[in-house]
Design a protein around this ligand. Structure first.
Ligand code: HMG
Ligand code: MG
Length: 307
């Protein structure tokens, strides 16, 4: 397999993870999580969302989170901006990158952002222009690229249709998202291949929720295609409030364990990621979803007892 020697992981736990938590997580706890992620070497962090607080109250402290996190050279913070109102609020918080999020299906577009696919593109167009005018890169996510909680099956044609529209309005990067975690490797390869028709390989990434336990296999399939950017979430946090039953993103710790085992560099320190995952899991009052995280915590505990 001709896998890349280096992979970039975009840590989405503070956004995708915490947007879906029923219990309150304070602004200070969110900032502390981001500090732990920085200590573990994360350089790409999706910090929060500038969406309607009526729709996603968990992200209502977006400006306070952005004001409280340390800014360092080489660290890129991204935030979700579904429309101009979100972008204007976001720009005041000095993000390095903004994320517009569309969907491969009309049904999910309506449920998640309250408009059709075509309307979403018209909302994103000025967002892309204004972000670029401010020197801010624009990433896009295509939700439900492998399956939709409302429509069911999703074809590669539907993914390509949205990828083309996003490219036409000038977004810089295309994230192919398996919102409900139903994708399997061959179907993921087909969806990725369609995104690659419109974006260069360094600007295509995978975002895999792990509901059906397929995410590592899907990342492995993408590596075989040369894709080398993936979204992952510390402790396996995550989900979308508008995709009920879908579990978290693939855990950062699990992906790092696999990549380092394959000799692929990430720039991340697995032990410190485990600390970050354990810390946010303590806040949430449950063990990390990450299998590698749990195994390494158990190993640490048995070494401590043996000492
Ligand atoms: P809408 O109701 O159609 O918007 O919502 P509107 O323009 O008609 O405005 C209605 C109200 O919302 C107004 O306030 C606006 O000011 C306000 P009111 O007059 O009623 O007091 N408003 C906003 N407030 C703050 N920030 C904004 C904003 N925009 C309007 N940006 C909207 C449209 C997109 C805002 C809404 O549907 C929304 O916020 N949806 C949130 C969706 C979301 O955050 N989903 C989760 C993230 S996506 C995800 O997780 C998927 C991903 O991980 C990839 C994957 O896994 O698939 C990325
Ligand atoms: Mg997601």
């Amino acid at each position: 397999m001709n896998a890349p020697s280096q992979v970039t992981l975009v840590e989405v736990g503070p956004r995708d993870g915490l947007q879906n938590e029923a219990q309150p997580v304070s602004t200070a706890q969110k900032i502390e999580l981001i500090e732990l992620l920085l200590a573990a070497g994360c350089r790409e962090i999706e910090a929060t969302s500038f969406v309607s607080p009526k729709w996603v109250p968990q992200m209502a402290d977006n400006a306070a989170v952005m004001a409280g996190i340390p800014r360092r050279a080489g660290v890129r913070y991204s935030v979700l901006t579904p429309n101009m109102k979100g972008l204007e609020a976001a720009l005041a918080s000095r993000p390095d990158e903004v994320v517009v999020f569309g969907a491969a299906t009309e049904a999910f577009s309506q449920r998640n952002i309250n408009c059709s696919i075509a309307e979403s593109i018209e909302r994103f167009r000025p967002v892309v222009q204004a972000a670029h005018a401010s020197g801010v890169k624009v990433r896009a996510a295509i939700s439900c690229a492998l399956g939709c909680p409302y429509q069911g099956e999703v074809s590669a044609d539907e993914v390509e249709h949205v990828a083309r529209l996003l490219r036409d309005i000038g977004v810089d990067h295309c994230g192919v998202a398996d919102t409900i975690g139903v994708g399997t490797p061959a179907r993921v390869e087909a969806a990725m291949e369609r995104a690659l028709r419109h974006f260069p390989i360094e600007e295509v990434s995978g975002h895999f929720h792990d509901t059906y336990g397929q995410a590592l296999a899907n990342i492995h399939a993408c590596l075989g295609m040369g894709i080398h950017v993936f979204d992952t979430s510390i402790a396996g946090l995550g989900g979308c409030p508008y995709a009920k039953g879908a579990t978290g993103n693939v855990a950062t710790e699990d992906v790092v364990f696999m990549l380092h085992g394959m000799g692929i560099a990430t720039g991340l320190d697995l032990d410190q990621l485990v600390d970050a995952g354990a810390a946010i899991s303590r806040v949430l009052g449950r063990p990390p979803v990450s299998r590698a995280g749990r195994a390494l915590l158990t190993r640490r505990e048995s070494l401590r007892q043996a000492a």
